[in-house]
Write a protein that binds this ligand. Structure first.
Ligand SMILES: Cc1cc2nc3c(=O)[nH]c(=O)nc-3n(C[C@H](O)[C@H](O)[C@H](O)COP(=O)(O)OP(=O)(O)OC[C@H]3O[C@@H](n4cnc5c(N)ncnc54)[C@H](O)[C@@H]3O)c2cc1C
Length: 250
């Protein structure tokens, strides 16, 4: 087993990350399955891990002036149970469909974004909220639009010495109600074939149809893979968008 740290402050975490380069660990619901898979394929040694769950300041949703701040370590269960404004409804509905209750209790919104799966259910609800991400390192802090943070399949703009500390949402973007719809091969515990988040303010985002989820107005050129063909995904996305708009209208 590699080294393991569980600091209580962000400052300590950034120092360890800068000096030792361990892999950040939040809920572990992506990290541990990936490590188990690597071990099954003969990986010699587990990587050093920097467990962020001891840093209380990275959890919870707060409002400061014109901005909602979602701590990166906030678990899905908290987002599911207490959406703080009508525009967070889509994120709450996505949270309720991420894995099962155990995954929702353990998995975090920050881990979902940093893992950068094309099927990450957290991304479309945050795109329609015009979200940004806050990154910290010993060099300082920076804020990036979510769309600039997600670069591709499992690729983000996070530098190796940075920790995702929060997701920022303008208060006015969260005022209109929103909905989330997800299509998978079965009803529960499923990876999305297509998913849609839509806001009553007109913003619509589609996920699992391209390397990175996109706003519907940008157009989607769906991918085909083991879960669905490109044609099926296109039809599914169009249907989900229509249903989401109908739900909002009702
Ligand atoms: C059974 C099962 C079902 C699942 N179902 C779904 C689903 O329906 N929808 C879905 O979207 N996902 C699903 N997932 C994937 C996973 O649960 C989510 O992506 C979850 O949000 C990951 O969060 P985590 O805190 O567990 O991340 P971790 O596994 O701890 O970390 C994920 C990645 O992000 C990095 N990281 C984490 N936090 C930070 C941070 N603050 N700063 C910098 N880097 C960080 C880690 O180094 C790692 O690379 C499922 C997983 C399992 C095992």
């Amino acid at each position: 087993m590699g080294n393991y740290w569980r600091p209580a402050t962000l400052e300590a975490a950034l120092r360890i990350l800068g000096e030792e380069s361990p892999r950040p660990l939040a809920g572990g619901t992506d990290v541990y399955p990936a490590l188990a898979q690597a071990a099954a394929w003969g990986a010699a040694e587990a990587p050093a891990l920097l467990d962020l769950t001891g840093i209380a300041a990275l959890r919870g949703v707060t409002r400061r002036g014109g901005v909602w701040r979602i701590g990166a370590l906030t678990p899905w269960a908290a987002l599911r149970d207490a959406p703080p404004a009508p525009g967070f409804r889509a994120l709450a509905e996505a949270a309720a469909q991420v894995g099962g209750r155990q995954i929702q209790a353990r998995g975090t919104i920050g881990g979902n974004l940093c893992n950068a799966s094309p099927a990450a259910d957290g991304v479309p609800p945050l795109l329609i909220l015009d979200a940004s991400v806050e990154l910290a390192s010993r060099r300082g802090q920076r804020v990036l639009p979510l769309r600039a943070f997600l670069l591709g399949n499992r690729r983000t703009a996070r530098a190796p010495d940075e920790i995702l500390t929060a997701i920022l949402v303008p208060v006015e973007a969260a005022e209109a109600p929103s909905v989330f719809l997800k299509l998978g091969a079965r009803r529960h515990l499923v990876i999305s074939i297509a998913m849609v988040a839509a806001s009553a303010n007109g913003r619509v985002a589609v996920g699992a149809c391209s390397e990175v989820a996109r706003l519907w107005e940008e157009g989607v050129a769906p991918i085909g893979d083991v879960r669905a063909s490109a044609d099926y995904r296109r039809a599914a996305a169009e249907e989900l968008v229509a249903r989401a708009r109908a739900r909002l209208a009702a």
